[in-house]
Design a protein around this ligand. Structure first.
Ligand code: SF4
Length: 390
C-alpha cells in the first residue's frame, strides 16, 4: 500500500509539552488521505521537502485546507529504497538545470532532492546549531552581513525541532550556546573513534555521538538506528529523521493532501495583487489548475527562483516577489572539503551513521589566523562505491 494513497504509520507522540506550544501530539494514524479536487483551498505548498513538509503539517494542524504539490514521487520506503548506493540516484533531482555567472554551481546529487521529503531523505542528519556569533559576523568580524534576527530569537525553534525529529547528542555540547539533547548519544563507530582518538592525542575537544537527527532509542512506531550506514542513501529503517517520516504522516492525519509527481509550472496572479492558484503538470502529464487563496513556494534555492521567474506576468515582468531584482542571484553553496586517510586498523567507515562525531574548536574567529570566522571538523563515512579511485 502506498503512503500516497493512505497514511499508514503508528502511534501518537507528544512533542509539544516541553515548550508549552499548542500543537499537541503528532499523530501517525490510518486515515485515507483527504482529496480536495479542484475546489479552492486555503494554501498550496509547492515542494514537500524539508521546509514544505513541516509547513504542510503546521497549516493542516491549524485547520487550513492545504494541498502540497511535489514534483517527485511519494516514497514507499520499503518498496522504493534499496540498500545499494548505486541504486539511490532516483532520490536526487538530476534533470538538466543551468546556473550561470562567474562561478556557476554544479547541481545534482548533493544539493537537491526530488520526492516527498525532498533533500531530507538523503541528508546526513548532522544537526549542530549555528553559534550566536554567526548572526553578527559583520558587527564582530567585519565580513558578510549580520542576520536580521538573533540566535536568541531562533533558539526556541531549534529546541522544538530537536525534539520533533528528534536529535540524539551529548548531554553537554560546549560550543556556541552550550546546550544538551534530550536523546542520548549513539554508540561510536570506527570513523568516530578515529576522530576521537586523534583529537584526544592533540588535546582538541570533540563531541561524542552527535548531534544527529537519528534515533538512539525507539520512538513511537519508529525504530532505533541499526547502524547500517545508508543514511545518505535514504534510511529504510526510518531511524533517520526526514519530513517523509516525521511530519508528513501527521500532516495527512490532519487533513492535508499531497499530490506527488506534480510539477508546478506557474503561479498565477489575479486582481488586487493576490495569487489565484497554480498551473501544474500532473503525473499523467496533463496540465491542471489548482485554485488557492495563498501559495507558498518551498522549492529550495534552485526551484523556488525558477518558478518565481517563470511566473512573470503583466505587472510582474521580472517574476514574482522580485521587486529587488535579486531572485535567482547570489546563489552560494556550502563548501565541504573532504579529507580521506589510511589507518593501520580497519575503521569500517560503512558502518554506523556517517555523520557521527565533530569538533568545533576552530569555529570562531582566531586573530592568530589570517582569515575571519572558522570551521568545524566532522566525520563522513562514504560507502565503498563513493570513494574516489586512486
Ligand atoms: S545508520 Fe541508522 S539512520 Fe543511518 S541508514 Fe542505518 S539505520 Fe538508518
Amino acid at each position: 500500500m502506498s503512503r500516497g494513497e493512505n497514511n499508514t504509520t503508528g502511534a501518537g507522540l507528544d512533542y509539544g509539552a516541553p515548550f508549552g506550544n499548542a500543537l499537541g501530539p503528532i499523530q501517525h494514524i490510518d486515515v485515507p488521505m483527504r482529496r480536495y479536487g479542484e475546489e479552492e483551498v486555503d494554501y498550496i505548498v509547492v515542494g514537500v521537502g524539508s521546509a514544505g513538509g513541516v509547513l504542510l503539517q503546521r497549516l493542516a494542524r491549524a485547520g487550513f485546507r492545504v494541498v502540497g504539490l511535489e514534483a517527485g514521487p511519494f516514497w514507499d520506503t520499503e518498496r522504493d529504497w534499496v540498500s545499494d548506493e548505486a541504486g539511490s540516484h532516483n532520490l536526487y533531482w538530476e534533470d538538466l538545470r543551468i546556473t550561470g555567472g562567474k562561478n556557476p554551481l554544479a547541481l545534482g546529487a548533493n544539493n537537491s532532492g526530488k520526492g516527498v521529503g525532498g533533500g531530507s531523505v538523503h541528508w546526513a542528519a548532522f544537526t549542530p546549531r549555528l553559534h550566536p556569533s554567526d548572526f553578527r559576523i559583520y558587527a564582530e568580524d567585519g565580513v558578510g552581513f549580520d542576520w536580521p534576527m538573533s540566535y536568541e530569537e531562533l533558539k526556541p525553534y531549534y529546541e522544538q525541532l530537536e525534539l520533533e525529529m528528534p536529535v540524539a547528542g551529548p548531554a553537554y555540547f560546549p560550543w556556541g550556546d552550550p546546550h544538551g539533547y534530550a536523546y542520548g548519544p549513539h554508540p561510536m563507530g570506527g570513523v568516530g573513534n578515529a576522530l576521537i582518538k586523534g583529537c584526544t592525542a592533540l588535546g582538541i575537544g570533540v563531541s561524542i555521538g552527535g548531534p544527529v537527527a537519528i534515533l538512539s532509542g525507539s520512538h513511537g512506531d519508529r525504530q532505533h538506528c541499526i547502524y547500517r550506514g545508508f543514511c545518505i542513501q535514504a534510511c529504510k529503517v526510518g531511524a533517520k529523521a526526514s519530513t517523509l517520516i516525521t511530519h508528513v504522516p501527521d500532516a495527512l492525519a490532519n487533513g492535508a493532501e499531497i499530490r506527488d509527481n506534480c510539477m508546478v509550472s506557474r503561479v498565477h496572479m489575479g486582481r488586487e495583487n493576490r495569487v489565484t492558484g497554480v498551473s501544474y503538470f500532473d503525473k499523467e502529464g496533463r496540465q491542471r489548475f489548482q485554485k488557492a487563496r495563498a501559495v507558498i513556494v518551498s522549492g529550495y534555492a534552485i526551484e523556488t527562483p525558477r518558478l518565481l521567474l517563470n511566473s512573470a506576468c503583466p505587472g510582474y515582468e521580472n517574476g514574482l516577489a522580485n521587486s529587488s531584482g535579486t531572485v535567482g542571484r547570489y546563489l552560494m553553496a556550502q563548501a565541504g572539503n573532504v579529507i580521506l586517510g589510511r589507518f593501520d586498523q580497519p575503521v569500517r567507515m560503512y558502518k554506523a551513521p556517517p555523520a557521527h562525531c565533530l569538533t568545533e574548536e576552530f569555529y570562531e574567529t582566531d586573530p592568530k589566523r589570517d582569515f575571519a570566522r572558522g570551521f568545524a571538523i566532522q566525520t563522513v563515512g562514504p560507502l565503498p562505491i563513493a570513494l574516489p579511485s586512486r
